[in-house]
Design a protein around this ligand. Sequence first.
Ligand SMILES: NC(=O)c1ccc[n+]([C@@H]2O[C@H](COP(=O)([O-])OP(=O)(O)OC[C@H]3O[C@@H](n4cnc5c(N)ncnc54)[C@H](O)[C@@H]3O)[C@@H](O)[C@H]2O)c1
Length: 330
Amino acid sequence: MAVVLLTGSAGFIGFYVTKALLESGDSVIGLDNFNSYYTPELKRARTAILTGYRNFVPVEADLADPDSVRRCFKEHSPDLVFHSAAQAGVRYSLRNPRAYQKSNLEGFINLIEEARLFSVKRFVYASSSSVYGGNTKMPYSEDDPVNSPVSLYAATKRANELIAHSYTHLWKLQTVGLRFFTVYGPWGRPDMAYWSFLEAILNREPIKVFNHGKNRRDFTYIDDIVAGAVAALKIDGLGSYEIINLGNNDPVELMDFIETLERFAGLKAVMEMAPPQPGDVVATYADIRKAQVKLGFQPKTSLKDGLEKFVKWYMDNRDLAEAVRRFRKG
Ligand SMILES: NC(=O)c1ccc[n+]([C@@H]2O[C@H](COP(=O)([O-])OP(=O)(O)OC[C@H]3O[C@@H](n4cnc5c(N)ncnc54)[C@H](O)[C@@H]3O)[C@@H](O)[C@H]2O)c1
């Protein structure tokens, strides 16, 4: 059984990956700074579930502080690192560039530097489909050029991949970058459309539909992502430097997505059509052949089934959903 340092354990994806590792018997050191990008109450609620496992050790620390990161490695000597923490979000990066500098650049370097000094066996980190920028060739393949990010968020994610490359080259640190494609599900992210649209529909508020609903996203259900993420950490036979897409391989137009949400919410959305947003890409669509071969990855959840589960979870957790809403409204 391994000792895994998992950053961003209070976040959406980190919470689920931590839970899966704990259930398989690994020890997890879960590091998070509980920042207020969205309500910390949701992060605390996820963490409360994790603290129910005796093999979970929570650490409240900021990755941008090199001393805290060093202390964490010294105290826990992890065998493996799963780096999920980041300042996420494309739109937020237009107004808050420094948050991306701190968490995604300084934080990433602080972590990978300790990982190589402590000779961890594998360093897996969250990248993003956003690195494909304005590419028009579909589906997006790991071999496609990724030199044209269209947001600062995407640029920092691409920078992570390049920094990882230099660490693999210089220090023989095995690194695996996972390019996640629009992940959704219960306990999800309030800033993402599936959550904010459902909230608006239920409260009969208008939703802004950018690019007139023509954007297409490869929505990927959280359980499918977790299966790929755990394999990336554990499976034998990976190369020393890997970049792997984890997506559903089935893009859906925003209007179809809204109709499915309406069906499960039992209400019609009030829509305000809007032009494309700066930084947004028109479509994402993952070529997953590499993930299939290297990680045995096979997404199993359709958008319909996944959204049904999300809406049910939301309805069963109205207190938390209300806390998210209060926080959003300031
Ligand atoms: N959810 C998606 O659709 C998606 C898609 C592509 C890539 N990703 C990437 O996957 C990872 C996880 O995303 P998520 O959806 O779980 O986001 P999230 O915001 O829910 O989780 C990120 C967590 O990291 C923590 N964090 C941020 N900066 C930190 C710092 N400096 N020190 C310590 N903790 C810090 C936050 O408090 C949060 O709990 C991120 O790297 C994100 O960029 C997510």
